[in-house]
Design a binder for this molecule. Structure first.
Ligand code: GLN
Length: 287
């Protein structure tokens, strides 16, 4: 006997079909997240209680999100959140959506964090790197500051900090412009904009249309912010302090070279899960 497909299953599957037809990658997963986001229905209920009903208003909202997703609006802008290091961060169009690759940067930092350290996250965006470090090292008594040029991004970071109950300081400025002189950090982490301007047009639409352009654009060769951060951070990093960058997969050699020339030692590189160069780190060895 054929099992009758329930109304909720019909609705979910219709959304999935629409995304597939629109050529959305991960259509099935995205349809599921939107369905769950709108209805609160878990997979267990979906399969175990297919007779469950959803309200007309929920159905309309689900299809509204499906139509938005068809326009390549990122899933995370519709649900308003993204998980990073096992923590849920709120996001909007003013911040780069946290990427799984960036967890390599967070892990590289975690391996090096010691009690009482002062940490700076330069170009903090949603605050996901800084706040996850502070949360995961809570018992180590570390303090953290996030800097960003975007006021709107800092509002997102501040609200994430508040919601997660993580004390952190946020400073608006063009890189170190408003950093407190003489207050040195033990570790500076940064995922700066690093895509060469000419490459941005070829990125997937979700990224090029909806991630903030200023979070992507690394200017002509993509290295603009590495040059500036490596040069400017020497006034704000302790001797022996760590500088840890996320990098574009073609940039390891160049960024390691910049750090070496600026007096860093113990320079190294880490790959991401796809086997691409992703993180460069070193320790400041100057005065
Ligand atoms: N990793 C981002 C991407 O997927 C770029 C982020 C950045 O420039 N820092 O395109």
């Amino acid at each position: 006997m054929n099992r009758k497909i329930s109304a909720i299953q019909e609705i979910y599957k219709e959304g999935k079909r629409r995304l597939e037809n629109a050529g959305i990658s991960e259509a099935e997963l995205d349809a599921w997240y939107l369905f769950e986001h709108v209805t609160g229905i878990s997979r267990a209920v979906y399969y175990g209680h297919p007779e469950r009903e959803i309200r007309e208003e929920e159905k309309e909202r689900y299809f509204y999100y499906i139509e938005e997703r068809k326009k390549k609006i990122p899933l995370q802008h519709l649900t308003g959140e993204q998980e990073f290091m096992g923590i849920t961060f709120h996001v909007n169009r003013h911040v780069l959506i946290p990427r799984q690759d960036t967890e390599i940067l967070a892990e590289t930092a975690l391996e090096r964090i010691k009690a009482g350290m002062r940490i700076l996250d330069m170009c903090t965006g949603s605050g996901c790197i800084l706040l996850s470090l502070l949360k995961l090292c809570r018992e180590k008594g570390i303090t953290g500051t996030g800097m960003d040029i975007s006021k709107e991004a800092l509002l997102v970071a501040e609200s994430n900090a508040k919601r997660l109950g993580i004390p952190a300081k946020f400073v608006k400025g063009d890189l170190f412009e408003n950093a407190e002189p003489g207050k040195l950090f033990d570790m500076i982490v940064s995922n700066p904009p690093y895509i060469p301007t000419a490459v941005i047009g070829g990125l997937q639409e979700e990224v090029k249309l909806y991630d903030p352009y200023i979070a992507l654009d690394g200017r002509e060769d993509g290295l603009f912010f590495y040059r500036r951060i490596v040069r400017e951070c020497v006034s704000f990093i302790k001797r022996g302090g760590y500088l840890i960058f996320e990098i574009g997969s073609e940039q390891a050699e160049a960024v390691m070279g910049l750090m070496e020339a600026a007096g860093y030692k113990d320079i190294g590189m880490k790959k991401d899960l796809a086997g691409l160069d992703r993180v460069v780190y070193g320790r400041y060895n100057g005065e």
